[in-house]
Design a protein around this ligand. Structure first.
Ligand code: DGL
Length: 269
């Protein structure tokens, strides 16, 4: 394994492309291999044992067949269920996970009320509970809504389901605005959700701040590789290989659509 080796990135499906876009922007000289587990998506309602088995299997494939020098688990649900185990199986491999950005949201809110949308698996996890418990206080509270079916609808590009589920879950959070106790900050706790940021803004109101995690994950990946002396350099000579356990053509189309959309800037704030 050397600085020329690729960085592995995976998600249950297309959601991790929102993280990949940030990784490519931060690390333009790197080779990336993106694995979409589309044949088994979505993960959010499948339970820990299933998600852990998939996570370990995908990591093994990326390590053994592709010789990755680092792994980015671009999925909140897989991070919550499996990152501890993953790190114990691959102690030498830099591994970066994603988790809902509660800390930046707590720093950003002015009303003291933050909404969190994530999968059922993420919100039910011990890892999330520990994060939530460490940050909720007299001055900041978090309203949590598990979004069953939403990542799947985004995965299938099912526009009607996206619209009705997004309206249902944003509605369940409560009132948005800038009065005391209104929600003024919304955490996108699943990597699929940045792709419907415009819909969420329309539902929650243009003044609401949306927070996701692509950029901090990319910066952490840079730090870990730099510490190991394994950065490829910043010349824009990087590359991308797309792998899917499902339909490869759908992933190609999603990558063309989403990576371009991110490159031209989906407005999150
Ligand atoms: N994109 C994933 C996440 O961040 C998984 C969504 C799903 O497969 O349910 O949680």
């Amino acid at each position: 394994m050397s600085s020329d080796s690729p960085i592995g990135v995976f998600d249950s499906g297309v959601g991790g492309l929102s993280v990949l876009a940030a990784l490519q922007a931060e690390l333009p000289g790197e080779r990336f291999i993106y694995f979409s587990d589309a044949a088994h998506a979505p993960y959010g309602e499948r339970g820990d044992a299933f998600v852990i088995e998939r996570t370990l299997g995908i990591a093994r494939q990326l390590v053994e067949e592709h010789g990755i020098k680092a792994l980015v688990v671009a999925c909140n649900t897989a991070t919550a269920a499996g990152i501890g185990l993953l790190r114990s199986v691959y102690p030498e491999l830099p591994i970066v996970g994603v988790e809902p950005a509660l800390k930046p949201a707590a720093a950003a809110t002015r009303t003291g009320h933050v909404g969190v949308l994530a999968t059922r698996g993420t919100l039910a996890s011990g890892k999330f509970k520990a994060l939530h418990d460490s940050l909720k206080s007299d001055s900041v509270r978090f309203s949590l809504v598990p979004c069953d079916g939403l990542a799947g609808a985004i995965e299938r590009l099912d526009e009607a389901a996206i619209q009705s589920l997004a309206a249902q879950y944003v509605g369940a959070l409560g009132r948005f605005g800038h009065q005391p106790d209104d929600i003024d900050t919304l955490v996108l706790g699943c990597t699929h959700y940045p792709f419907i940021a415009a819909d969420l803004k329309r539902l929650a109101g243009a003044q609401v701040r949306l927070i996701e995690t692509g950029q901090p994950v990319a910066q952490q990946t840079r730090r870990l590789l730099a510490a190991k002396g394994q950065l490829a350099g910043d010349d824009p000579t990087g590359s991308l290989q797309l792998l899917s356990s499902g339909d490869a053509a759908s992933l190609d189309a999603a990558a063309a659509r989403w990576l371009h959309a991110q490159a031209v800037g989906i407005a999150l704030n």
